[in-house]
Design a protein around this ligand. Structure first.
Ligand code: GRF
Length: 192
């Protein structure tokens, strides 16, 4: 990713599908002076995503795309991203897999947050798998997105201890808390 020069903030789109706690945190961060990003767009594949409320609250343009036909959806998204001069995409709980073609068009400019210490536990149900395997630690990872699921270059990771009392719900809560700071630290690392 290019280093930031001057005072221009990187025009960013955040893709969500659910609660949007990472989005909420990214929006808050984007408003502070030292933030290298400015969030211009929030994209969701479902109108049910609770996180859309955070776009409303901050007057950020939000758009819902139906992914039943992924080719059509991605074509529309790409033209919107171009129109808005978006230079960074942050996936934050986005539950659709983007096509190779889409990723190629935004090569090196899409990042994702994943709730495990990658390369361990790619995909879903990361916390259940970590507990089942009696891992002592889990955590979260911010990485570049490539066409291989959860396999792109790691930007930063944060560890979380798993205690005997933890179940997947308590662990998800602890990890999510760490995710919020990890996403911001990773963005600062990319651009500073
Ligand atoms: C996070 O755990 C993230 O790592 C995963 O989906 C969850 C999204 O949470 N990809 P939220 O919607 O940001 O609250």
């Amino acid at each position: 990713m290019e280093k930031l020069t001057g005072l221009k903030k990187v025009k960013t789109a955040v893709f969500i599908s659910g609660t949007g706690s990472n989005l909420k945190n990214l929006i808050k961060f984007s408003k502070i002076k030292k933030s290298p990003i400015s969030i211009r767009l929030v994209i969701s594949n479902t109108k049910k995503a609770k996180g859309l409320i955070y776009a409303n609250q901050s007057n950020i343009e939000k758009i819902i795309f139906n992914f039943h036909n992924i080719k059509v959806a991605e074509k529309k998204i790409l033209s919107l991203l171009k129109k808005e001069k978006i230079n960074l995409i942050c996936l934050a709980g986005f539950m659709k897999i983007l096509s190779k073609n889409f990723i190629k068009k935004f090569n090196g400019k899409i990042i994702n947050i994943h709730p495990s210490l990658l390369p361990k536990y790619k995909g879903l149900n990361t916390h259940i798998r970590a507990i089942k395997n009696k891992d002592k630690f889990t955590g979260c990872t911010v990485h570049y997105v490539t066409s291989k699921l959860d396999s792109g270059k790691i930007i930063m990771q944060k560890k979380v201890k798993i205690t005997a009392k933890d179940n997947s719900t308590s662990l998800a809560k602890k990890v999510l808390k760490k995710e919020h700071t990890l996403y911001l630290d990773s963005i600062l690392k990319i651009f500073n």
